[in-house]
Design a protein around this ligand. Structure first.
Ligand SMILES: *Cc1c(COP(=O)(O)O)cnc(C)c1O
Length: 375
């Protein structure tokens, strides 16, 4: 055949997720922990890798990892599901609770996988845009839920890429107002230290999503987990890929989870670096910084795409450009890195913005810089 028939019509409107996987000296685009695992853990991982029976399939349910996570959260193993990153669990949730004729609610600007997966599965996506300060319009949301017919709700808390926290009282009102499955995405829980976990016993429709990719330095291996009522977990097991979490990832996630107090010092340091970052950015004329409860900071700057390019091309600093996302015009998102990385980023921003001010002053377009290091 010299052609192939088109795929489902829904795909025509879809564009693939673009992770902007670019190389730079200072990587601040994906909200990862800037530090690799501690050396002692790397040694133990090498030992684990040497013991794996590579010819055998892994435990499809990652039972030992689930047991550890259940115990730490005061839950049963039946309340926990492991996925190939939180992303896979989001897809499973949409496969099971979304689909043709089913309504998925999200609150843009937010994590884009909710809408991509909703569209990919032919679900009806209803997006309720956030207010200018990125808060959710609680009245409009409760009104929508009371009209009924909503099947699945995604609330990132804190929200990515805005860093905004939803008031707990609103989340409780939402859980009371609907029997939709309400997914509170706590990918940044270790930084915000806010969780809906205490409300699980009263609300069967609450599911909490977490990940090993952010605070726990394990983005490379792809592991995330869902905490939910056992009925929810058992429905999800019908649609999930049985062997999606490989044996090495299961062992590594288990090691990291058991040793998680080791990460506390680094997390506290990152929170201090976030304060330095927010303060430093707010001192630069022409930059508007938004508050953040996570390990990243959103800011608005004129000609954001040009600033993004200057950061990368002249300073080898990679951040995320959201300036083409509705509601995030002229916004960039920078992840919190090490003290050194924050210094380099702030220095670079300072140089780029002073040059822009100088050229604006002389009434010419900003020229490409030829600044040397340390200038
Ligand atoms: C990073 C992130 C995830 C999941 O990431 P994985 O690497 O797939 O575990 C989920 N939700 C939000 C809001 C995120 O930012």
């Amino acid at each position: 055949m010299d052609h192939v028939r088109p795929p489902r019509e829904a795909l025509a409107a879809l564009r693939p997720y673009d992770a902007k996987h670019l190389e730079a000296e200072v990587m601040l685009a994906s909200n990862e922990n800037p530090l690799n695992l501690p050396g002692e853990m790397l040694d133990r991982l090498s030992a684990l890798a040497a013991e794996i029976p590579y010819n055998r399939y892994p435990d499809p349910m990652a039972t030992r990892l689930r047991e550890d996570i259940a115990q730490a959260n005061g839950l049963d193993v039946g309340n926990v599901l492991i996925g190939n990153g939180g992303d896979e669990l989001i897809f499973d949730l949409v496969l099971a609770w979304g689909g043709p004729g089913r309504v998925v609610l999200d609150f843009p600007p937010t994590f884009v996988m909710y809408s991509i997966d909703a569209q990919a599965t032919g679900s009806t996506l209803e997006s309720m845009p956030r207010r200018a300060d990125f808060s959710i319009d609680g009245d409009a949301l409760l009104e929508r839920l009371e009209r009924g017919g909503v099947d699945l709700v995604f609330i990132a808390n804190p929200n990515n890429p805005t860093g905004t926290l939803v008031p707990e009282t609103l989340l409780i009102d939402v859980l009371n107002a609907t029997d939709a499955l309400v997914v509170v995405d706590e990918a940044y829980f270790e930084f915000s230290r806010h969780t809906m976990r205490p409300h699980m016993s009263r609300h069967r429709n609450l599911a909490i999503l977490r990940t090993f990719s952010k605070a726990f330095s394990l983005a490379a291996l792809r592991a995330g987990y869902l905490l939910a009522h056992e009925e929810v977990i058992s429905e999800l097991t019908k649609v999930r890929q049985p062997y999606s979490v490989n044996r090495f990832t299961q062992a590594a996630a288990r090691l990291v989870f058991r040793e998680r107090p080791v990460f506390e010092a680094a997390i506290s340091q990152l929170l201090r670096n976030r304060d330095v970052l927010i303060h430093g950015l707010s001192e630069i004329p022409g930059v508007e910084v938004f508050p953040s409860e996570a390990n990243f900071v959103l800011f608005r700057v004129e000609h954001a795409s040009a600033v993004w390019r200057d950061l990368l091309k002249e300073h080898s600093v990679l951040v995320r450009d959201f300036s083409r996302t509705p509601g995030l015009e002229d916004c960039l998102r920078v992840s919190v890195g090490t003290e050194h990385e924050m210094g380099r980023f702030l220095q670079a921003m300072d140089e780029i913005m002073s040059r822009r001010r100088a050229s604006a002053h002389f009434g010419v377009a900003a020229p490409a810089a030829r600044h040397g290091k340390g200038e």
